[in-house]
Design a protein around this ligand. Structure first.
Ligand SMILES: Cc1cc2nc3c(=O)[nH]c(=O)nc-3n(C[C@H](O)[C@H](O)[C@H](O)COP(=O)(O)O)c2cc1C
Length: 340
């Protein structure tokens, strides 16, 4: 059912990928998505090489099925790509950089049998990624939650990139949270979808329970595209919920970094493995995670416009099954009959 060339490439049953989301998409979520026949992705953004190795091994304990890892380019530290190559997950997804600079890294990953996906928000970057050796593209529209690379909506971007890259496998990301989104993405020329926000609210995600609850109540119009949460990653656009902290900053006239309300204030603590808690500050790039303590209101509640469609916390395997069944039913019962 719904087997596409993305499924062939990745060795998965269904064309549904959970986004590699730093700090919240860990082994538990990735393995559960993969167990259900999709492809889970571990977000390595907040990890050094040793932590990445341990997380990949933890996922492998939970599933024998293919899963991926996400390499967020500004956060690739020493030894991280070598650690990924040594651990050989099924796939690695890159985000936020110039593909040409990663020709060697892509070659090294592919030589180890790791499929390389490149997430971008523009057709020229997609073409550059294919030229640099990427096996597949993730086309991310501006509706997406988390960091947003481009400025075009998913509806316009996916067919544009399809025309630009020919038959190269592609997944659509941004604004997709159910089977209707999957069916639409396939119609636009994608071979599958990447969902982030929907999986933040999954049972196995490491998002803080308060963050998950907030997503269930939120509407797309309560998200904002901003560069506000820049401590740890300056000048990078992202989509977050408009929390009290965002509203306070807007009311203050949107002052620049360094002059914002509560600048530098503690937003919580993150206990480290050695028992020493590291502080989190307001406007930090970190999302609220279950292993953090304190108020956490000053952190980034990343959410895409798809948040309006996220209304319950479900096990991620159930999300995969529902999305695929809904899409198949839409294609068979609504779309196919229209073609006479
Ligand atoms: C909480 C959160 C964290 C994210 N972190 C990353 C990341 O570390 N690396 C990355 O490539 N994309 C990241 N993204 C973006 C996703 O890869 C994806 O493009 C996006 O979630 C798709 O839009 P959706 O949220 O509407 O499904 C993140 C998204 C969210 C919601």
């Amino acid at each position: 059912m719904l087997r596409t060339r993305l499924c062939e490439l990745l060795g998965i049953e269904y064309p549904v990928i959970s986004a590699g989301m730093g700090a919240v998409a860990l082994a538990r979520l990735a393995a559960a998505v993969s167990e259900a026949g999709g492809m889970g992705t571990i977000g390595l953004a907040a990890m050094g090489a040793d932590a990445a190795r341990a997380e990949i091994r933890a996922a492998r304990e939970l599933t024998a099925r293919p899963f991926g890892v996400n390499l967020l380019i500004p956060f690739i530290g020493p030894g991280l790509i070598d650690a990924v190559i040594a651990e050989r997950p099924a796939a690695a997804t890159f985000f936020w950089g110039a593909p040409d600079d990663f020709r060697d890294a892509i070659g090294g990953l592919k030589a180890a049998g790791i499929k390389v996906l490149w997430q971008c928000g523009a057709a020229d970057e997609a073409c550059a990624a294919v030229a640099a050796g990427a096996d597949a593209i993730i086309a991310q529209g501006i509706e997406a939650g988390g960091h947003v690379r481009g400025s075009v909506t998913t509806l316009a971007l996916v067919p544009e990139i399809r025309d630009a890259i020919g038959a190269v496998p592609m997944a659509a990301a941004g604004g997709i949270a159910d089977g209707r989104g999957l069916a639409a993405a396939l119609a636009l020329g994608a071979d599958g979808v990447v969902m982030g926000t929907r999986f933040v609210a999954a049972g196995e995600s490491a998002a803080h329970p308060r963050y998950k609850q907030r997503l269930l109540r939120a509407h797309a119009s309560e998200t904002t595209h901003t560069k506000l949460y820049d401590i740890g990653w300056p000048d990078a656009a992202h989509r977050v919920l408009r929390t009290a902290v965002v509203e306070e900053w807007e009311r203050a006239g949107r002052p620049a970094t360094g002059a914002r309300p509560g600048e530098g204030a503690a937003a919580g603590t993150m206990p480290r493995r050695d028992g020493i808690a590291s502080p989190l500050v307001r406007y930090s790039v970190m999302p609220p995670a279950e292993y953090m303590e304190g108020d956490l209101e000053g952190l980034a509640f990343y959410a895409g416009e798809s948040v309006s469609l996220v209304r319950e916390i479900l096990p991620s395997g159930e999300i995969v099954r529902r999305v695929v069944a809904e899409a198949a039913a839409i294609i068979a019962r609504r779309l196919a009959p229209l073609a006479g």
